[in-house]
Ligand binder design. Structure first.
Ligand code: GUN
Length: 300
């Protein structure tokens, strides 16, 4: 039997609708419009595409979007000065500095310069610590989206075996912390893990976040497991014509769909959830900054 396909596009549209409703309430009842500032240093083409998409999605839910583009050779001091200005701007409730940054800029220094209350990426060391200790934090967008989909599919996650493949600061580690917070038994697997296939086969929930195209095949997956594929990899697709490419996940969808109980596709699974959760975090930050009730169903 083929797995249930978890539709991230539809799920993300529901989140954006909830965010838009909350924005309307903040405007009508409190004369407040949430604002998100996005900082891009340099002209990395992929980052430019993401930043444009984030700005568009922000405006579509009725929030203010502020884009700040700095030259690739901008000094670290210039980036920090801009962040300082945004930190003290009352119209800005969320700040995001698009990664990766040019080599001459120290990422942790910049990430930790954003005040934790406006850190809608959840990358500030204070938010990392709050999440790790089970306290109220700004939660990184991609793992937040994954958790929302898992809760929706399973109801309670308590007692389930979760294996997270990948140990990045952006996805793997915060994902593990969130699953632990929901009382899963959590293992993080990575490139040095022994018997990784056996380990994956022990998972009720398998989260793939390694950035290796179609690494996880159906024979790594227990019958009926839930598979969340965070990977977005572009690979050659000669069948579509010379020089053409296609997007695939870290999971080999064709074989996995025959074993899993539920699975997120690529594209159309986790991807759309990331920007939706960024909007959710921004409206949450605005509500918290003004001492107002947090939006329902948009935080953990
Ligand atoms: N670059 C790739 N993913 C992300 C993300 O989630 N946030 C930021 N700021 N940069 C990224």
């Amino acid at each position: 039997m083929s797995a249930k396909i978890i539709d991230g596009k539809e799920f993300a549209a529901n989140i954006r609708k909830k965010v838009a409703d909350h924005v309307t309430r903040l405007q009508q009842d409190h004369n407040l419009t949430p604002g998100l500032a996005v900082v891009l240093v340099g002209e990395d083409p992929a980052s430019s595409v993401y930043v444009r998409a984030k700005g568009k999605a922000t405006r579509e839910v009725g929030m203010n979007s502020y884009e700040h583009r700095l030259d690739a050779d901008a000094s670290q001091e210039a980036v920090l000065a801009l962040i300082d200005k945004l930190n003290s701007d009352p119209a800005v409730h969320g700040i995001l500095c698009q990664l990766p940054l040019p080599d001459h800029i120290d990422e942790p220094t910049v990430t930790n310069a954003i005040v934790p209350e406006k850190d809608v990426d959840g990358f500030h060391i204070s938010n990392v610590g709050l999440l790790a200790t089970g306290q109220k934090a700004m939660v990184p967008c991609t793992p937040l989206g994954c958790l929302m989909m898992l809760r929706d599919h399973h109801g309670s996650l308590s007692g389930l075996n979760a294996v997270v493949v990948g140990r990045s600061n952006i996805v793997g580690k915060p994902m593990a912390a969130l699953l632990l917070g929901d009382s899963c038994t959590v293992t993080i697997a990575h490139s040095r893990t022994k018997n990784i296939q056996d380990l994956c086969r022990s998972a009720d929930i398998l989260v793939a976040a390694v950035g290796r195209p179609e690494m996880i095949t159906g024979d790594w997956i227990a019958k009926g497991a839930t598979v969340i594929d965070v990977g977005i990899n572009r690979i050659p697709a000669p069948e579509k014509g010379e020089g053409k490419t296609r997007l695939v996940g870290d999971v080999d969808f064709a074989s996995a769909v025959e074993k899993a109980g539920a699975i997120t596709p690529v594209p159309g699974g986790v991807g759309p959830m990331t920007i939706a959760c960024l909007l959710a975090n921004t409206v949450t930050a605005c509500s918290r900054a003004n001492g107002l009730a947090e939006p329902e169903g948009l935080t953990v």
